[in-house]
Design a protein around this ligand. Structure first.
Ligand SMILES: Cc1cc2nc3c(=O)[nH]c(=O)nc-3n(C[C@H](O)[C@H](O)[C@H](O)COP(=O)(O)OP(=O)(O)OC[C@H]3O[C@@H](n4cnc5c(N)ncnc54)[C@H](O)[C@@H]3O)c2cc1C
Length: 274
């Protein structure tokens, strides 16, 4: 059974995949979907299991996650989604399968569990800092006087989104570090980035700027869904909250400004109602 956090984890997983016949990936989020696609490309028989109805449903919403489901199926991945995983089966210390809540067992030589990460804040338990799914910070990423948090562990008040936000991606870790460095030397600016991530699966590159709540209105603003090259724009109450590019690496970043403008409008609305 594998998890994937470090280079050593990746090397151990690759070594096993090179000799494995059947892989079950537990978790249908970004990491699970990328692992499944990569293993399938190596020629492994892959099943993906998880409680959501389609790959990355929580990250990209219903339309694009259904397209991802089709992409994975077309490439030979078996999707056993919409049902929870309750445990592993093993014989003589070797994993033999994954047991679902329905009691069905998915046979496997190798299992990867990619069900999310929990911030390591236990060592701060007696610090007096507020800990709640990360280190809770103000809009300057300040946890307390002279104490800041950055990266995956930081859950800070995003002024424009009007919410506590914790982002797990490299772009945020880098940009937030720069913002905190500025705060330490006396700049007084809130940290309010447009969240960004990308993922490569099979021959598809997806880029997401902003947020894509499931109940958003979605319209295609560039390209064509049937041609599998498009940019989708996501709006809530008429305000653009995010854009998603599917195999449009040059075009989708050009739409980022619409998200910046949308964040500003949303912040004005919040300010005028408080
Ligand atoms: C498999 C995988 C794939 C990913 N792919 C992407 C991707 O494609 N694009 C993307 O943008 N992001 C990706 N990410 C996320 C990205 O790696 C993280 O968002 C980024 O590394 C966060 O940086 P960080 O410095 O906050 O945390 P980390 O990189 O996790 O670094 C935290 C460090 O703190 C150390 N540490 C922990 N506790 C203590 C302590 N008490 N004292 C001292 N040190 C401590 C840890 O050992 C670690 O070295 C991926 C993550 C994983 C696991």
């Amino acid at each position: 059974m594998h998890v994937l956090r470090s280079l050593e984890d990746a090397q151990a997983l690759r070594a096993d995949l090179l000799t494995a016949a059947r892989l079950v990936v537990v978790g249908e989020g970004v990491l699970g979907s990328e692992i499944a696609a990569t293993a399938r490309t190596l020629g492994v028989d892959v099943t993906m299991a998880g409680p959501q109805s389609a790959p990355m449903a929580l990250q990209v919403g219903p339309m694009v996650s259904e397209m991802l489901a089709e992409l994975h199926r077309d490439n030979g991945i078996r999707l056993r989604l919409g049902v929870g995983v309750v445990g592993l089966t093993e014989v003589d210390g070797h994993v033999t399968g994954v047991r679902l809540a329905t009691d069905e067992v998915l046979p496997a030589d190798v299992v990867v569990v990619a069900i999310g990460a929990i911030p390591t804040t236990g060592w701060l338990a007696d610090s007096g800092l507020q800990l709640d799914n990360g280190v809770v910070c103000d809009s300057r990423c300040r946890a307390a006087d002279g104490i800041y948090a950055v990266g995956d562990v930081a859950r800070w008040h995003h002024e424009q989104l009007g919410a506590l936000v914790r982002l797990e991606n490299r772009t945020n870790a880098t940009e937030q570090a720069a913002a905190v460095a500025g705060a330490i030397v006396g700049e007084d600016e809130c940290y309010a980035p447009v969240p960004y991530f990308w993922t490569d699966q099979f021959d598809v590159k997806i880029q997401v700027h902003g947020t894509l709540p499931a109940e958003c209105e979605v319209d295609i603003v560039d390209g064509d869904v049937s041609a599998r090259r498009f940019v989708a724009r996501y709006r809530t109450d008429g305000i653009v909250t995010g854009v998603l590019g599917w195999n449009m690496p040059k075009q989708s970043p050009l739409r980022r400004q619409e998200v910046v403008d949308g964040l500003a409008v949303a912040a004005d609305r919040v300010a005028s109602t408080t």
